[in-house]
Design a protein around this ligand. Structure first.
Ligand SMILES: *Cc1c(COP(=O)(O)O)cnc(C)c1O
Length: 410
C-alpha cells in the first residue's frame, strides 16, 4: 500500500477502498453501478474549488463554523493534571457534527441531479440533519428508522416530520439501526434514477468511509489552527467517542502523521465489555466480519450473527465501526478504550455543573475517559476532546437513569 512508500497514514484507502485488511466494497451487482457513479462524482468534487467554496459558504453561514475551541478551565483544575480543551461541535446547527457530512453529500447529490434523498438513522441525529438540509434545498427526504428507535426517539421523529421528511419505521430484523441501513440500501437499488443515499457515519461500501471522513475532517483542521493560536503548538492527546466513528475520524485524520500526537477512540462499554455483550465496543469486544458493504470489526456471536449491542447512548449503538478505525487499531496508530454507562453518566453530570455545558451522552463517553487520563498527566500536557453533540435530546434518558421522574423534581 502507498502508505509504506510515503510513510504516511493519510493516503488510504487504496483503489478498492481498503484500509489494510478492512473496508472494501462488498455489494451486489445491482448496487455496483450506483457506487461507481458516486465515486466518480466525489473524485471530481474533491479537487473542484467551486465544490469546496459552496461547502465553506454553507459551513460558515448555515452551520456556524468554525466551532470554537474552548479551554475547560474549571474541569482542568478539578482533574488536577493535563489541560483539557473541548472542540465545540455541539454548537453546530442541529446540535451535533452530523451536518458537516450531510452538507457535503447533499451538494454532491445536487450535482448528480438527484432529487430524492434517503438516509438511515438510529437515535435520529443523522435523520434530523438530513431532513434539515433537504428542507433547505427543497429535496424529497425519506428516513429509515428502526421501529424500536421510532418509539424510543419520539422528539427526533417529530422534528424530522416538521422538517418535511417521511420517516419509515423498519420492522425487519430487530427493528434497529442495522436493519434501517439494510432497508435504505434496498430502497437505493430499486430507485436508481432519482435517489441518493446519504450515509451518516464512516461505514458502508467504498467510497463512503473515505468521503464521510473527508467531510468531517473540517473538525481536525480547525483544531490544528485553533490550537496553534491558543498554545502555539499541537495538542498531545486527542479523544473522541465512537459510534460508527465519523466525529472521531474527523478529529483524528488531520493529525495521523503527527507521530507525537496520541489518538484515543472511546467506545460504548454499556454495562461492561465482559458482561454477555451488553455493550457496543466493536473493537475492544468484537471481531472482523462483513456488514453493510465493508469488512471491519463487528459485534457477533460464535455463528457470525450480528449482535445488537447495548448502550445508554442511542447514538453509539451501531454493531460495527468504520473500517479505517479497524485499520488504525491493528497497526497501532490509534488506541481504543471503552467507557461504561455509569462512567459516562458521571462525566455528563460533572460537565453540566463545572462547565455549564450539557453534553450529549456520546461525548460524555469521551469526557469520562478524559477524567481518567488527565489526572495522570503533567500540567503542560494538552488534551483535546471532541464535544460532538449537545445533550438536550438526552435529558429524559438521564433523568430516568438517575431516578428522577420528569415533572416531579420537587
Ligand atoms: C451520531 C452521533 C455519534 C456517533 O456517530 P459517529 O459516526 O461515531 O460520530 C456521536 N455523537 C453524537 C452527538 C452523535 O449524534
Amino acid at each position: 500500500m502507498a502508505n509504506d512508500l510515503f510513510n504516511s497514514f493519510m493516503t488510504g484507502p487504496d483503489e478498492q477502498g481498503r484500509f489494510g485488511d478492512f473496508g472494501g466494497r462488498f455489494v451486489s451487482e445491482t448496487l455496483m453501478p450506483l457506487i461507481l457513479s458516486l465515486e466518480e462524482e466525489y473524485e471530481k468534487a474533491k479537487t473542484d474549488d467551486s465544490f469546496w467554496a459552496e461547502m465553506n459558504d454553507l459551513w460558515t453561514h448555515y452551520v456556524g463554523r468554525p466551532s470554537p475551541l474552548y479551554f475547560a478551565e474549571r474541569l482542568t483544575d478539578h482533574l488536577g493534571g493535563a489541560k483539557v480543551y473541548m472542540k465545540r461541535d455541539e454548537l453546530n446547527h442541529t446540535g451535533a457534527h452530523k451536518i458537516n457530512n450531510v452538507l457535503g453529500q447533499i451538494i454532491l447529490a445536487r450535482r448528480m441531479g438527484k432529487t430524492r434523498i434517503i438516509a438511515e438513522t438510529g437515535a435520529g441525529q443523522h435523520g434530523v440533519a438530513t431532513a434539515t438540509v433537504c428542507a433547505k434545498f427543497g429535496l424529497k427526504c425519506v428516513v429509515y428508522m428502526g421501529a424500536h428507535d421510532v418509539e424510543r426517539q419520539a422528539p427526533n421523529v417529530f422534528r424530522m416530520r416538521l422538517l418535511g421528511a417521511e420517516v419509515v419505521p423498519v420492522t425487519s430484523g430487530r427493528g434497529t439501526l442495522k436493519d434501517a441501513m439494510n432497508d435504505a440500501l434496498r430502497d437505493w437499488v430499486t430507485n436508481v434514477r432519482d435517489t441518493f443515499y446519504c450515509i451518516g457515519t464512516v461505514a458502508g461500501p467504498h467510497p463512503y468511509p473515505a468521503m464521510v471522513r473527508d467531510f468531517q475532517a473540517i473538525i481536525g483542521k480547525e483544531v490544528r489552527e485553533q490550537m496553534d493560536a491558543a498554545e502555539g503548538r499541537l495538542p498531545d492527546t486527542l479523544v473522541a467517542a465512537i459510534g460508527g466513528g465519523s466525529n472521531a475520524m474527523g478529529l483524528f485524520f488531520p493529525f495521523l502523521d503527527d507521530k507525537d500526537v496520541n489518538i484515543i477512540g472511546v467506545e460504548a462499554g454499556g454495562k461492561g465489555v465482559n458482561a454477555k455483550m451488553e455493550h457496543c465496543a466493536s473493537l475492544t469486544g468484537g471481531r472482523p466480519g462483513v456488514l453493510h458493504g465493508n469488512r471491519t470489526y463487528l459485534l457477533q456471536d460464535d455463528d457470525g450473527q450480528i449482535l445488537e449491542g447495548f448502550s445508554i447512548s442511542a447514538g453509539l449503538d451501531y454493531p460495527g465501526i468504520g473500517p479505517e478505525h479497524a485499520w488504525l487499531h491493528e497497526i497501532g496508530r490509534a488506541k481504543y478504550v471503552s467507557i461504561t454507562d455509569v462512567e459516562a453518566l458521571e462525566a455528563f453530570q460533572l460537565c453540566c455543573t463545572l462547565e455549564g455545558i450539557i453534553p450529549a451522552l456520546e461525548p460524555s463517553h469521551a469526557l469520562a475517559h478524559v477524567m481518567k487520563l488527565a489526572p495522570t498527566l503533567p500540567k503542560d500536557h494538552i488534551i483535546c476532546m471532541n464535544m460532538c453533540g449537545r445533550g438536550d435530546k438526552d435529558i429524559f434518558t438521564v433523568a430516568k437513569a438517575l431516578g428522577f421522574e420528569m415533572g416531579n423534581f420537587g
